[in-house]
Write a protein that binds this ligand. Structure first.
Ligand SMILES: *Cc1c(COP(=O)(O)O)cnc(C)c1O
Length: 486
């Protein structure tokens, strides 16, 4: 067959749409999406024919027409499936990073999920005071809770902690100077940098001290008529260790008091339970920060707190009121679903004994080692059983599954030096590309994320839920089996 003649067997868009196989697809997916897929599929086929005709192997018994038709239908099916399903989807987190920013940080508690459901599909008293029937404030729903839990005088919640810091700086120190230690000019992922946020807020950054040491006198010497705020930023995602001196919150508060300058702390990943009691990390709690006398404290809702994305601002009423009145507050306001989830999450903390089991992030951080061992055994045996039944001896010998020791991370820019002892299920696959397998795991629904290290696929059971174990085992088996047949 002459190369150029083959194109006339390529069906038209309309013809493909009329094929019974494509009609079936049309019954399941919006026409728009199917039409796009048909166009793309035909373009792709045209390119394939143009570029690498010789590598395509067509069986002798099939006509060109039939062959192209089948290729087109397969392509349309695959493309439509991909376009027709949500991009944003569930991921099984086998990385062991508990607060993975790329994976949406904290999974919510059961009660937070229920609260979102209830508020999402109904009207609510978002900005209505039900006792008077008059207009209310969306912030009121959680102010009292935050005050009770943290010991602060007042509270406000905005879109996220980056927003909280920007807003607080703009409201309290615009056109004024803000003094920060050189050891705390933090960059958080996603280009949140203290000096840049400061610039956006209209405040002037005054750096003091050195990277490793900033003494109380350094702050004192920098205070002038122009000083609007002393700022402490928690070095969430790194530690300065060795020959160091950080000015403590108490010391800063005392300097602020002496010169009549407000003091603010950006805690980053504030938490309300003392994880040090459980041998995790060395970070202060939000309550400790408040009781040190800080005028304003900000932290995230979706880091160690284990709630939805939010920026929580707590502190002295005069300052919180001032922040509330700033126009940026409206621009950064939280939506009703966030408020619903945040209130429910905060309510979990009213029962300190229960919260460690009910908030998933806290549960994952504190999961007893024996439980990790059991979970690893379960995953290990599920994978092995599936592999034993699925593969013949010849194939099976290329697959080795074992349980090994390892470490999980807290993540989310929190407790960067804390490694949590964990159990990993390791899968060794001779002759197969591990990156390939990992990519295929990611393309599943739900997507599955694993680590690759030392020529092994590693699955950390700390961040895996029990009901996900069977999904992992069967996905792995299917993917490996596809790879073998290639
Ligand atoms: C994480 C973090 C932020 C940003 O918080 P988001 O809620 O992600 O906006 C700001 N400051 C510190 C110190 C942080 O750790």
């Amino acid at each position: 067959m002459e190369h150029k003649n083959i194109f006339r067997f390529l069906p038209s868009v309309d013809k493909v749409l009329l094929m019974p196989e494509v009609d079936k697809i049309l019954q399941r997916y919006p026409r728009n999406i199917v039409v796009d897929s048909v166009r793309e599929a035909l373009d792709e086929l045209r390119d394939t024919l143009k570029n690498k005709l010789e590598v395509i192997n067509k069986s002798e018994d099939v006509s060109y027409e039939e062959w192209l038709k089948q290729l087109a239908i397969d392509l349309v099916k695959r493309k439509t499936q991909k376009k027709g399903e949500a991009n944003f989807r569930k991921v099984i987190n086998g990385t062991g990073v508990v607060l993975h920013t790329n994976l949406g940080r904290a999974p919510l508690s059961q009660k937070a999920q229920e609260a979102i459901n209830d508020i999402a599909c109904n009207y609510s008293n978002l900005e209505l005071d039900l006792s008077t029937g008059e207009r209310g404030s969306r912030y009121e729903h959680i102010t009292e809770l935050l005050v009770k839990l943290t010991g602060a005088e007042s509270a406000l919640v905005v879109n996220n902690n980056a927003g909280a810091v920007l807003l607080a700086l703009a409201a309290l120190a615009r056109n004024r100077e803000v003094i920060v230690s050189r050891g705390q000019l933090v960059e958080i992922g996603g280009s949140f940098r203290v000096p840049e946020v400061m610039e956006q807020s209209g405040a002037t950054l005054i750096e003091v001290g050195a990277t490793n040491k900033t003494h109380p006198q350094d702050y004192e010497r920098a205070i002038t008529e122009e000083t609007g705020l002393l700022l402490k930023v928690h070095t969430s995602n790194y530690r300065v260790v060795g020959f160091t001196r950080e000015t403590s919150s108490e010391e800063l508060v005392s300097i602020g008091g002496k010169y009549g300058v407000p003091v603010m702390e950006d805690l980053g990943s504030g938490f309300l339970v003392n994880l040090r009691d459980y041998g995790i990390g060395d970070e202060p709690t939000v309550q400790e920060c408040v009781s040190s006398g800080m005028d304003i404290v900000t932290f995230s809702g979706d880091k160690l707190l284990g709630g939805p994305q939010a920026g929580i601002i707590i502190g002295k009423k005069v300052y919180v009121d001032k922040i509330k009145k700033h126009p940026l507050t409206r621009a950064l306001r939280v939506d009703k679903l966030t408020l619903a989830a945040l209130e429910a999450t905060l309510r979990e903390y009213l029962e300190p004994e229960m919260v460690l089991a009910s908030v998933p992030t806290l549960k994952m951080l504190r999961i007893p080692f024996e439980e990790l061992e059991q979970k690893a055994e379960y995953l290990f045996s599920e994978i092995n059983t599936k592999m034993d039944t699925h593969f013949n001896e010849g194939e099976r010998k290329y697959i080795k599954v074992e349980i090994i020791d390892g470490f999980s991370q807290v993540g989310g820019g929190a407790l960067p030096t804390t490694n949590l002892k964990t159990k990993l299920v390791a899968i060794c696959l001779e002759n197969l590309s591990l990156n390939d397998i990992a990519a295929k795991l990611r393309s599943r629904r739900p997507a599955i994320l694993v680590r690759i290290n030392d020529n092994k696929i590693l699955i950390d059971v700390r961040t895996i839920l029990d009901n996900e174990i069977i999904i992992i085992a069967s996905s792995l088996t299917e993917i490996i089996s596809e790879s073998f047949t290639k």
